[in-house]
Design a protein around this ligand. Sequence first.
Ligand code: ZN
Length: 681
Amino acid sequence: MKKIIPALLLGTLGGMNARAAEDPNFNYHADRFADIEVLRYEVPEFNRLSLDQKKMVYYLTQAAQAGRDIIWDQNGRYNLQIRQLLENIYTNYKGSREDKDFKAFEKYLKQVWFGNGIHHHYSTDKFQPEFSETFFRAQVAALPESLVPTAKGQSVEQMMDILVPVIFDPSVMAKRVNQDGSQDVILTSATNLYGEGVTQAEVEAFYNGMKDPSDPRPVSYGLNSRVVKEDGKIKEQRYTLTGLYGPAIAEIIYWLDMAKGVAESEAQKAYITKLIDYYVTGDLRLFDEYSILWAEDTNCDVDFVNGFIESYGDPLGMTGSWESYVNFKNAKSSARTETISSNAQWFEDHSPVDPRFRKQNVKGVSAKVINAAMLGGDAFPSTAIGINLPNSNWIRAEHGSKSVTIENITEAYDMASHGNGFNEEFVIDPETSKLLEDWLYVTDMLHTDLHECLGHASGQLLPGVDQDALKENGATLEEARADLFALYYLADPKLLELGILENPEAYKAEYYKYMLNGLMTQLNRIEPGKDVEEAHMRNRQLIARWVLENGKKKGKGGKDVAELIKRGGKTYVRINDYEKMRSLIGELLGLIQKIKSEGDYKAGNDLVQEYAVKVDQKLHKEVLDRYATLDIPPYRGFINPVYTPHYDSAGEITDITISWPETYTEQMLRLSRDYSPLTRK
Ligand code: ZN
């Protein structure tokens, strides 16, 4: 529950000179379709790595790609079959590629690639094809039989009877993750983390029967398994070498083993060994042991995540979606987060929350800035810009966590946004635009650092409080807590004293952006008539609306702290009192920390329902209309660079080089061809 996703994704041009971009002519733009833009990212400093480090990166990138099929299958039980079918139609299509139906088909395929399945990666709503069923049926009929991916024992007709409604009927598998607590969230979610017919009550009873409330170090129940009903009995199918997804896990293990051979230290070797043991057995205690070793190893340059990690894809927040990040340290920027981390106790001791809810000893908050070398599974093509793991609460409390900010990804977002007209359209005046241009890049990075290094690590539960007490609001309130902690300290003179920020006014750039995004511009990601659903978006609206409502007439001179004003028929955010805004942020942090520490479900739910969910329809329409004039895509993601090993005559690797030769389509087709252990026949 601890990944951070880019807040604005757009428009913000600050601090151009802070960039480390290696190639001034680097082409960030890879593709554009539907509501998506696909970018490329540079990997600065790759060539400074030693040969062994490059090999390590290379082997880990292979492991990152080997698991791709897993996330597709986790996201929906027909996704792999649909992907094969769509790709075979796409590559064997004989008609005009300018044909209207074909164009719509291509757009749909690109959306499906981006969603790792037939649902939108963010809203989790099913994509609606704009090509006809007739066109689709004709294309399937035109395929040679060997290219129709029927399941075992299935005829083409039987396959089509299932897939046609799954693709075309909006009411079938409508949403991947339904979080509407008034319904059975398992039965109404299309995710394949649960078998057909399994109910929420059955899953809850199953795991409650397993949990021992007195265990201070519980495993993460359900993290690596699919829950199914067989002969009326509920059981788990484990994701292991010999279990579900075995063929993909076998390839992951092979490449992890290769990486182990060039590991940087004994500590790193030890945690890779543990991870392999866990993949072989599925034993969640081994995963905890791995997580501890991994979190405690902060010395290695090259690092990675590979496993069933984040649980956003599970309506009950238990099962991990398979993902991988391969990365190495960005040495310069890491100095900044190390300074923050080494002062963690000072920040904890001075936080504006009831001292009972503060940690006496903030443990092992480690932080570094990394460059991503490869994104895989659930982290691809859409990715986080920061990660904080492990997720297990008791491990975090006893052993700390590892927190990273992904600098080259953030940089790519920023570079690709240059000159897109966002500031001119949405920012209230040229002075504020200037403020953003000068300071937003710097404060945005710092906000991510503070959120990851300090925010999630701060605070404690009162004894006996269940860590899941806030239920479906847990993720929203946790993100709010981390954001508020970061926002509060962004304005603190301590940052100047520590030498990580040079201007006492700089925080205003992030404050303005946060309010603009939370009150207005993030609505661009929501379809007309819908509520805010995703946890990070709810969190941002919660904070922005709370500050707006609770700052009425409380600013200097009796003005509102922040307000929405109309000018020339357009709505703008105006902040009248930044200092007072900071104290409101401190107040809300105190409130939310209390809710978390006491496990007060009702207070948390009241807050979320009042501020985080509902959308002002008129304002929403205005934002959508204004965005439409800019043609800025609401979502962005990445294709990966290609790593090529070079060999000597004895077959030894002499170097690994990096390049960006592919389009989005080329990369997706290559991945399906070369890394498809679950679909290979
Ligand atoms: Zn977070």
